[in-house]
Design a protein around this ligand. Structure first.
Ligand code: HEC
Ligand code: HEC
Ligand code: HEC
Ligand code: HEC
Ligand code: HEC
Length: 443
């Protein structure tokens, strides 16, 4: 069955490669600069500019991963040669379509820096795939912009109404990705498709492009439901805050030294229309820290109770576990000892993650070099509840009351990887998603 799947994905990939025919079919000049559109679409331009879409190529970690890892790797390992252009197909589509491969680094200031711009999304007319992935968009640049409305009254350009731009499949062209090894390494769309939201008709745009009364253009008519181009995701602490509900329960509240208190944390993903974390799952971590803190401020970190499922060791923080060896190999670092698998997450904390493995079976953050990621998927699914258990034996000499505190954190990248590449700290520092506490009184 698994064989059949990877064969099928391989076949899809061939079709996807045929799509790479869009590569180099156009010139940069065929696409207008976002600032031009911004002259009339002022608010939409501001929103887009602040979003990751505008930084899809220039963002520090994107630059590092492409220029220090993926590109050198593509030049020496034939199996992954395709990612030299492939990364660019989603992160700097203008460069891809203009055949500027590899593009110059962001500091050179070329038009690759425009990232996923207005002219990309509003010239996409469809995909070569029914369930799209790997930049399989079909694009027709020109004076006609693709938009959602049949009654749009544009100026200076024409519009063509499209149902495709309103669909989740539109987003899937870049948000789902298969690696050169035929493994799904990004499947936000496929996660969504299997969720209750797809059945209810709630699409990506509903949660990431909120509607409000206003105008789409300065001279345009007032409308009740303008689509805002905020595209907030995990880089936005505001979007992450409260994305998962957290409740904490203890089996007794009045305790004495020597008592064993049983603690239960209940987590519910009621707001995210796909897994959390999703997208770049190879490097995202969501984890729960449960601490006991006494009145003197003395604290104990409580390890999660093991459940015993296969691959569970990857979901429990271990300060002695090392990973990401491919980084040393690609960068040709002698005696590379790997990086701490779980960064600074305290020992024993539960990590909600999906580990990716390279062809040599080692855990990796290089999604293009991923041969396997089905050992364990312990992320929290849409509308899924996960329950974690803990135990705390009240020590002698503790000063009451004792607070049991649970913090749910999210990080884009393991801190060990962020520190290794000297990334700006905000690209990997923990963001608080939710917290809860219970107080134990000493008898
Ligand atoms: C001279 C002003 C002006 C410029 C410049 C301009 N537009 Fe527009 N555009 C408009 C107006 C006005 C509308 C109509 C808004 C409405 O009907 O609500 C519009 C509508 C649209 C729509 C919406 C169609 C729909 O279905 O609702 C899209 C998409 C669009 N423009 C894209 C662009 C892009 C991309 C650029 C830059 C390449 C651009 N526009 C530049 C004035 C402009
Ligand atoms: C029901 C609302 C909802 C729907 C539907 C939804 N999302 Fe999200 N999405 C969220 C929330 C909330 C977050 C922030 C939490 C997180 O990062 O997982 C998020 C995060 C993301 C992220 C960042 C993921 C990460 O962990 O880095 C991406 C990318 C994303 N969404 C894309 C999509 C796409 C593409 C679709 C459609 C296939 C979609 N979303 C559908 C609510 C939604
Ligand atoms: C990642 C893709 C993407 C990018 C980048 C993007 N848009 Fe859009 N835009 C959309 C989608 C999707 C919709 C329609 C949402 C819906 O109605 O479901 C939309 C809607 C619009 C509309 C109509 C809004 C309304 O509700 O009437 C205008 C105008 C527009 N975009 C202009 C722009 C401009 C200008 C830029 C660049 C500053 C831009 N867009 C960048 C995807 C994009
Ligand atoms: C042409 C390719 C492309 C299309 C189409 C596209 N995206 Fe993206 N999107 C990207 C890339 C590339 C990134 C990653 C930016 C980065 O961090 O480098 C991204 C990032 C995001 C994020 C994450 C922001 C964060 O804070 O982590 C969200 C949310 C998102 N997109 C939603 C959407 C939605 C919704 C649609 C459909 C309406 C869509 N995208 C269509 C390429 C695309
Ligand atoms: C099919 C489209 C696609 C391809 C191909 C692709 N990416 Fe991405 N990439 C995305 C999207 C969409 C996101 C955002 C996912 C999220 O927010 O979790 C992303 C996220 C990232 C991030 C994380 C950005 C951050 O700020 O956390 C990095 C780094 C990255 N990609 C680098 C690469 C490299 C290097 C390659 C080539 C080996 C590549 N990507 C290939 C679509 C793609």
């Amino acid at each position: 069955m698994k064989k059949l799947w990877s064969w099928l994905i391989g076949l899809f990939l061939l079709v996807g490669t045929a799509q790479a025919a869009e590569m180099g079919k156009f010139k940069y000049e065929d696409f207008k600069k976002p600032q031009k559109c911004g002259a009339c679409h002022k608010e939409i331009f501001q929103e887009w500019k602040e979003s990751l879409m505008a930084q899809a190529f220039t963002h520090e970690w994107d630059q590092v991963e492409y220029f220090k890892l993926a590109l050198p790797h593509a030049l020496k390992e034939p199996k992954v040669a395709g990612v030299k252009a492939g990364c660019i197909g989603c992160h700097a589509p203008l460069a891809f379509l203009s055949g500027d491969i590899p593009p110059k680094e962001a500091s050179a200031g070329t038009r690759a820096n425009e990232g996923v711009s207005c002219e990309i999304c509003h010239n996409i007319t469809g995909s070569t795939e029914k369930e799209p992935f790997n930049f399989s968009y079909v694009i027709e640049p020109g004076n006609t912009k693709v938009g959602p409305r049949a009654d749009a009254k544009p100026m200076g350009h024409k519009v063509k109404q499209s149902d495709f731009i309103k669909s989740a499949e539109f987003c899937a062209t870049c948000h789902d990705e298969a690696s050169p090894y035929g493994v799904w390494v990004k499947e936000t769309y496929r996660e969504w498709k299997a969720s209750p939201y797809a059945k209810e008709g709630v699409v990506c745009q509903d949660c990431h492009m909120h509607r409000a009364p206003g105008k789409a253009a300065t001279m345009g008519p007032k409308r009740a439901d303008i689509a805002h181009h905020v595209f907030q995701g995990s880089h936005s602490p505001a979007k992450l805050a409260g994305a998962v509900d957290l409740a904490l329960y203890v089996n007794k509240k009045n305790v004495s030294p020597g008592d064993r208190v049983k603690i239960r944390a209940v987590l519910f993903n009621g707001k995210v229309g796909h897994m959390i974390p999703s997208g770049s799952a190879e490097e995202r971590m969501l984890w729960l820290e449960v601490w006991a803190i006494d009145a003197n401020g003395k604290s104990w970190h409580l390890p999660v109770k093991k459940k015993g499922f296969p691959g569970e060791e990857y979901t429990i923080a271990d300060p002695n576990a090392y990973a990401y060896f491919a980084i040393g190999e690609i960068m040709e670092i002698k005696d590379f000892k790997g990086l701490k698998r779980d960064g600074n997450v305290p020992a024993g904390a539960r990590i909600f993650r999906r580990p990716f493995f390279d062809p040599k079976g080692r855990m990796t953050v290089c999604q293009w070099y991923t041969a396997k990621n089905d050992l364990v998927d312990y992320r929290i699914g849409p509308r899924e509840t996960k329950i974690e258990e803990y135990e705390f034996e009240i020590p002698e000499g503790v000063k009451g009351p004792v607070t049991i505190k649970a913090n749910l954190f999210y990080a884009q990248i393991p801190s060990s990887v962020g520190e290794f590449f000297k990334l700006p700290e905000e690209e990997y520092k923990p963001i608080l998603v939710n917290s809860a506490e219970e107080v134990l009184n000493l008898k």
